[in-house]
Design a protein around this ligand. Structure first.
Ligand SMILES: Nc1nc2c(ncn2[C@@H]2O[C@H](COP(=O)(O)OP(=O)(O)OP(=O)(O)O)[C@@H](O)[C@H]2O)c(=O)[nH]1
Ligand SMILES: [Mg+2]
Length: 256
C-alpha cells in the first residue's frame, strides 16, 4: 500500500500524483471504474454477474466500493489490514499518501460479494484527491479515534464533506476505533452513540489491534449493499441498524 512516514516527523509533502491505486488490484482509468462485475456506472444499483477478477481466481457475483474516511491517525489503514489480512500494523505510524485500495470477497448468505475498499489519506493536504473518489462510493466507513477528542469533534466536518461529495444514498457507518486503549480513552461510547443517533447512523466501536467488531463492520455493509442491489429480494429486507445493534460486541469483550 502507498504509505509514507508521518510528515509531522519528516520532510516535504509528497506530490498528489502518488495518489494512484497500488498494484494490488486492478488499476482504474478513472476513480470508481474498477468494477468489472458492475453493470451500472457510478453507484447505481449493481447487477449480479458471476465474474472472474484478474489472475487471483476471485469469483464474485456483485461488487461494491467502500471508502474509509476520517482524520489522519484514527486507524483506517490498520482497520483495512486487519480485515483483509487478519494482522495488526504495530509500530511507527506510517501515514497513507493519497489513496489506495484492497479487495476482499465475502460470502454473504450464499452470494459472493466483492468489496473494493479504498483507504484514503486523512491528512488535509490530500483532501482534494479524496473528494474525487466519494462520488463512486457505495458505502463509507467514517472513523474517529476514541483516544483522540479532536478526531471525534471533526466528525461533523466529515459529514458535511460527505454530504457535499458523496451520493445521497451512500451507506454510511460511524466507527470509534482503538477501544483496546482503555487507559487513553477520552471519547465515551455513549458520546459516539449519541452522535450516531443524531445523524441516524449505525455505530460501533472497533479495534484494529484486537480485531473487535472489524469483520462485523464490513459484513454489515456488505449485507446492506447486497440487499439493495437485489431488485426483488426473496428474503425479508435486511435492517442494518438492527443487525449492528444485535451483533456488536462491547469493548470489554474479547471477541472479534
Ligand atoms: N491501540 C491501537 N492502535 C491503533 C489501532 N488502529 C490503529 N492504531 C495505531 O494508530 C496509528 C495510526 O494508524 P493508521 O491506520 O496508519 O491511521 P490512518 O487513519 O490510516 O492514518 P492516515 O493514513 O494518516 O489517514 C498507528 O500507529 C497504528 O498502529 C487500534 O485499534 N488500537
Ligand atoms: Mg492510512
Amino acid at each position: 500500500m502507498s504509505r509514507k512516514k508521518n510528515p509531522k516527523s519528516k520532510g516535504a509533502p509528497a506530490p498528489a500524483t502518488s495518489a494512484l491505486p497500488a498494484s494490488n488490484g486492478p488499476r482504474p482509468a478513472h476513480p470508481g471504474t474498477a468494477f468489472p462485475g458492475l453493470q451500472a456506472p457510478h453507484n447505481g444499483p449493481p447487477q449480479p454477474s458471476r465474474t472472474l477478477l484478474g489472475g487471483g481466481g476471485d469469483f464474485y457475483d456483485v461488487a461494491f466500493k467502500v471508502m474509509l474516511v476520517g482524520d489522519s491517525g484514527v486507524g483506517k489503514t490498520c482497520l483495512l489490514v486487519r480485515f483483509k489480512d487478519g494482522a495488526f500494523l504495530a509500530g511507527t505510524f506510517i501515514s497513507t499518501v493519497g489513496i489506495d485500495f484492497r479487495n476482499k470477497v465475502l460470502d454473504v448468505d450464499g452470494m459472493k460479494v466483492k468489496l473494493q475498499i479504498w483507504d484514503t489519506a486523512g491528512q488535509e493536504r490530500f483532501r482534494s484527491v479524496t473528494h474525487a473518489y466519494y462520488r463512486d462510493a457505495h458505502a463509507l466507513l467514517l472513523l474517529y479515534d476514541v483516544t483522540n477528542k479532536a478526531s471525534f469533534d471533526n466528525i461533523q466536518a466529515w459529514l458535511t464533506e460527505i454530504q457535499e461529495y458523496a451520493q445521497h444514498n451512500v451507506v454510511l457507518m460511524l466507527l470509534g476505533n482503538k477501544v483496546d486503549s482503555t487507559q487513553e480513552r477520552v471519547v465515551k461510547r455513549e458520546d459516539g452513540e449519541k452522535l450516531a443517533k443524531e445523524y441516524g447512523l449505525p455505530f460501533m466501536e472497533t479495534s484494529a489491534k484486537t480485531g473487535l467488531n472489524v469483520d462485523l463492520a464490513f459484513t454489515a455493509i456488505a449485507k446492506e449493499l447486497k440487499q439493495r442491489s437485489m431488485k426483488a429480494p426473496s428474503e425479508p429486507r435486511f435492517q442494518l441498524h438492527d443487525y449492528v445493534k444485535r451483533e456488536v460486541r462491547g469493548a470489554s469483550c474479547c471477541r472479534s
